[in-house]
Design a protein around this ligand. Structure first.
Ligand SMILES: Cc1cc2nc3c(=O)[nH]c(=O)nc-3n(C[C@H](O)[C@H](O)[C@H](O)COP(=O)(O)OP(=O)(O)OC[C@H]3O[C@@H](n4cnc5c(N)ncnc54)[C@H](O)[C@@H]3O)c2cc1C
Length: 388
């Protein structure tokens, strides 16, 4: 049976035709093209169905809420729904689109020179070029402002040294956005594949986001021209601004993973018979299903309102932190309860639940951990920063 989504509060009635159409086309793509392929990639650790990239581009999934340069120019709710549908497929699929759009195209679009925009945005939107975002370092994750990657200005060139770790699509990227400390503060650089001194290697042995490439970038005396520096990106607020964009997409995406798990668990509970009754007849199973539905419905309301605020240019970073934090944790809890409802069947990769559950551990950690978002919201409401 086709996946129909979860809409307990008739939120669909609030959506425009354009928003419903965007959601429907991605839902169909995920069901027909992505889901039949993902299991094979997950079994292989660190591979992504690259043959789907042109189709994703055709659907306008890269930089979908950006305007011009071949981008789809969707509104923020339509964009969120697209992220939701992608993550029903797999968090790695949504990550691919999030990194390309929010972490690579957005900074070029926002802080790039006209030449950088012309050079990179059309091929990135068309999926002819892949990008990655190098912020995290082996010794600096949450405390990213401590980064040690260095950028030294020499004549009309910059020399970059440092290591970036946990970088999605790092080894396949045609262009890496590398954040490094210069004597004037943190700056962003476009480093092209094949630049001497740039070496990438993939991180293996992941139990989470196995259908996604995660890499380390090592930069040793990598030289780039001044024209490769993002001219408008000054200080940590630039990479943090990219993360705010990506976190908005994650807040929606997590709902998709949760919906996929809930849908599977509900269907299973209605057909699996124990003690002469479908297990959906037993009160404790209903309790789990209701908790799942309740979490998804509240997550939808949160994301939708955030989308409205973003559309009006009023969404704040702390509101986005709250939504990323709550919706990802909600999805993790939904995945765990769904696994429980499937009993032993829930531990195999015949069903997507175990894959979502493992993926969501990464999603709970990346783009700011659950606890760091707690502290962001805590600082916002109390006025006291508790990071240190
Ligand atoms: C699959 C995957 C893909 C990723 N992709 C990218 C990417 O494309 N680009 C990129 O730059 N990065 C990427 N990351 C990195 C990710 O953003 C970091 O993992 C994340 O920021 C957390 O950093 P860390 O793992 O070093 O954890 P740490 O910062 O070491 O945190 C470890 C624990 O300590 C807690 N903690 C830390 N500081 C505090 C504090 N002040 N108070 C209370 N608790 C605290 C954290 O909440 C966490 O529970 C990716 C990560 C994963 C897993």
């Amino acid at each position: 049976m086709a996946f129909e989504g979860v809409d307990f509060l008739r939120l669909d009635e609030l959506l425009s035709d354009e928003e419903r159409l965007a959601r429907a086309s991605v839902r169909d793509f995920v069901s027909r093209e992505f889901l039949p392929r993902i299991q094979e990639h997950v079994r292989r650790d660190g591979s992504f169905p690259m043959e789907l990239v042109p189709k994703m581009a055709e659907l306008g999934l890269f930089g979908a809420n950006l305007h011009g340069f071949g981008c789809a120019g969707m509104n923020h709710v339509a964009y969120g729904l697209v992220m939701q549908e992608l993550e029903r497929g797999d968090s790695g699929l949504r990550s691919f689109a999030s990194v390309q759009g929010s972490l690579v195209m957005y900074p070029i679009h926002t802080w790039g020179s006209e030449a950088q925009k012309q050079r990179w945005l059309p091929p990135l939107a068309a999926g002819r070029a892949i990008g990655c975002f190098g912020l995290t370092e082996p010794d600096f994750g949450s405390f990213v402002s401590g980064m040690t990657a260095k950028a030294v200005h020499r004549g009309d060139r910059w020399v970059l040294n440092g290591t970036k770790r946990w970088i999605t699509n790092g080894s396949i990227a045609d262009v890496a956005i590398v954040w490094a400390r210069s004597e004037d503060g943190i700056r962003g650089f476009l480093v092209e594949k094949g630049t001497p001194g740039l070496v990438t290697s993939d991180i293996r042995g992941k139990f989470s986001l196995r259908g996604s490439i995660t890499s380390e970038l090592s930069l040793q005396d990598v030289e780039v021209p001044e024209a490769s520096r993002l001219p408008g990106a000054e200080g940590l607020r630039a990479p943090l601004g990219c993360l705010t964009q990506a976190r908005y997409g994650i807040a929606w995406g997590a709902i998709g993973a949760a919906q996929g798990c809930y849908d599977t668990a509900l269907r299973y509970a209605q057909s699996r018979v124990q003690f002469d009754l479908p297990i959906a007849h037993h009160q404790l199973v209903q309790d789990k299903l209701v908790r799942m539905l309740s979490g998804i419905t509240k997550g939808q309301l949160l994301a939708y309102r955030l989308g409205q605020l973003k559309e009006e240019g009023k969404a704040r970073f702390d509101q986005i932190s709250l939504a990323k934090r709550d919706n990802v944790r909600m999805a993790l809890e939904v995945a765990r309860e769904a696994r429980e409802i499937l009993g032993a069947s829930g531990i195999t990769d015949e069903h997507a639940i175990g894959r979502h559950m493992a993926n969501l551990e990464s999603v709970d950690t990346y783009e700011g951990t659950h606890d760091i978002h707690t502290l962001i919201v805590g600082a916002s409401i109390t006025g006291f920063e508790a990071y240190r």
